[in-house]
Ligand binder design. Structure first.
Ligand code: HH2
Length: 272
């Protein structure tokens, strides 16, 4: 499996949801063969990493058992690892799923609960795997009911730095840790905008940063685009800002388009 290379700046993580109900592409890649085909396309389009998930975390979603997630993601990860050198990340907060994905060839853990289960931290440390630590207020089932912060940027950053430090205490190397403000996870439109406007503060915090804005509902609110697949240009604006601000990874559905955006925005990076 290849390694991530940040020498040119920000890179693109392709989202591959092997789910029937994801908010933007649910059902399209639920079939393993279709998911593999989509993963190969993303690799050909320039994805530096592919994030495979077997559970939707959209607002209001219910959790999916480990067995069900494993059944969905393992065949896809195995097939992709046989065919391409692009690293695969597993989008899960469940230990058994992460273990099965690792055995199938995945090389990174994307945990929207920021390693709440400490056995997940032990697993990542033992296998020297990169981890994504994401902030979320509440749980996907209820997180959009009434998100509240006094100082969203300060609180999210403090949480992430605490979790990053804890991950280091478990033996995960600093350069293996990615912090993620969790756009849309227990945040209003204004919270999301404040986090993005202040993304440089996260970049300055000494850990690599990952941001996932792709096709999310706040982009729909700003553009009036109801359909997630119509939110590509809105997504591009956020991706350009992130890349030019020094974010290391953008997590997106539209890989070919965002690879172009990142190539240009990386060259526009403002040196402070
Ligand atoms: N967003 C989603 C899922 N996983 N992981 C990280 N680290 N950051 C994110 O912003 C993030 C994430 C939601 O997007 P998607 O996977 O397209 O939808 P769904 O959860 O409905 O499958």
């Amino acid at each position: 499996m290849g390694r991530l290379d940040f020498s040119a700046g920000c890179v693109v993580m392709g989202v591959l949801n092997v789910t029937p109900d994801s908010f933007s592409d649910g059902g399209q890649f639920f079939d393993a063969a279709k998911a593999v085909e989509r993963g190969l396309r993303m690799a050909a389009d320039g994805a530096a990493i592919i994030d495979v998930g077997g559970e939707s975390t959209r607002p209001g979603s219910a959790s999916v058992s480990s067995d069900e997630q494993i059944e969905r993601v393992v065949p896809v990860i195995k097939a992709l690892c046989e065919k391409i050198d692009v690293p695969i990340s597993i989008d899960t907060c469940k230990l058994e799923v992460a273990k099965a994905a690792l055995e199938a060839g995945a090389g990174m853990i994307n945990d929207i609960t920021a390693l709440s289960d400490e056995r997940m931290a032990e697993l990542a440390a033992k296998h020297d795997m990169p981890v994504v630590l994401m902030h979320m207020q509440d749980t996907p089932a209820t997180m959009q009911t009434e998100p509240k912060y006094e100082d969203v940027v300060g609180e999210v950053l403090e949480f992430l730095l605490g979790r990053a430090k804890r991950a280091e205490d478990f033996g995960i190397a600093k350069n293996m840790i990615f912090i993620d403000p969790g756009i849309g996870f227990g945040k209003t439109l204004e919270h999301n905008l404040l986090l993005l406007r202040n993304i440089d503060k996260f970049v300055a915090a000494d850990y690599r940063v990952l941001v996932g804005t792709s096709r999310k509902s706040f982009i729909g609110k700003l553009t009036g685009r109801e359909k997630p697949s119509d939110r590509i240009f809105g997504t591009a604006a956020t991706v350009a800002l992130c890349a030019a601000s020094g974010v290391s990874i953008v997590r997106v559905h539209d890989v070919a388009e965002m690879v172009d955006v990142v190539k240009v925005a990386n060259k526009l990076k403002i040196q402070s």
